[in-house]
Design a binder for this molecule. Sequence first.
Ligand SMILES: [Zn+2]
Length: 402
Amino acid sequence: MTLTETGTNRPTPTLVSPAMAVEANRARVLQALYDIGPLSRADLARLTGATRATIGAIVLPLIERGLLVEREPAPVAAGGGKPARPLYFSPTSWPIGAVHLRPGRIDTALVSAGGNVLATAHEQFPARTRDAGSVVDAVVRALEAVLPQERDDLVGVGIAVGGMVDTDAGTIVAINLAPGLAGLPLGPLVSERIGLPVFLDLHPRAQALGDRWFGQGRGVGSFASIYTGEAIGVGMVLDGAIHRGPKGSGGEIGHTTVHAGGQQCRCGRHGCWETIATHRWLRSEAGRLGLPAARTMTTGPLARLAAKGHPGAAELFEKYAYNLALGIANLQQILAPGLFILHGDAVFGGEAFRSAIERNVRAALPPHPGSEPRIAFSELQDRATLLGGAGLVLSHSLQLAV
Ligand SMILES: [Zn+2]
């Protein structure tokens, strides 16, 4: 057995060179700004345990390169000394390309390092197409529509895919509703066509990175980001790092069994969480209860029917909250992310739905003082995944912790 063979597949860490130490220190400063910025140089020195001179030497080149800008100084009381000028990311610089690919639709955006969406475009394709090459063409077209002609400053492109992926290879493994894309090496193909580094990941995991860099996950050590609606998926940041599993195989929480012998899922198995916590279940139950517009039912209209006292609506509203809470409580029992940020359709249920889910999650768990799980609805609206695509690039290119 050699020194590097430790009996596990965990690589032995190598020592850092002086140049790498400079990069690591720069990454820590940027991470502090992403977590709790804007911050003054004095704040950064205090938070990172460095001197003002060290912080100055790190931030000056970042200001010169246009990544950071000095904001207007915060007002200080009379006699309070020279006001500090807090630093934050430029709203326009360091653009990053982002792609969200789902069955039949491609959305792209150009996002600044500070999380501003500078341009958007979209393309459509037949979800059942067997011509994967035409989908790559459509991704490239939608990207070309948002990327600037001058690409010297472009950091890269992040692609979020609504299906199973191999994050090491940048390949789509399988998308239930777009079977023709199975095995497509989308990341390398797009990278070759546009001449930029491309990083590919699972949609809810990219969404979690959107929360982590630009949303309610900023500065939060552990949380889960859950997509709701026509499907259910989870991305998790645990103890400061995004959880991927080997080749990005983790996160298929929608297809964990919550009901032995339950309904058949579209993945072919039975009793998956998706079979009781997505639109398909909601619409079938709404039809059984005779609710109006049952075939297109979503959480927003259901909440309005429940508020008006429509017979059966309040019960279905509560049952849907319970079914969502069931999978969330399982996640809390196993990994305790503590904070659950919900995206997609559930958000339209409003505060009544949020509090119903939270109540059901708490009721399903043994009490653990000081660590009660919290349910939050995303404030990023539908931008979270595209922002997360950009976050994916930031994490890699700036060597930040996630
Ligand atoms: Zn399933």
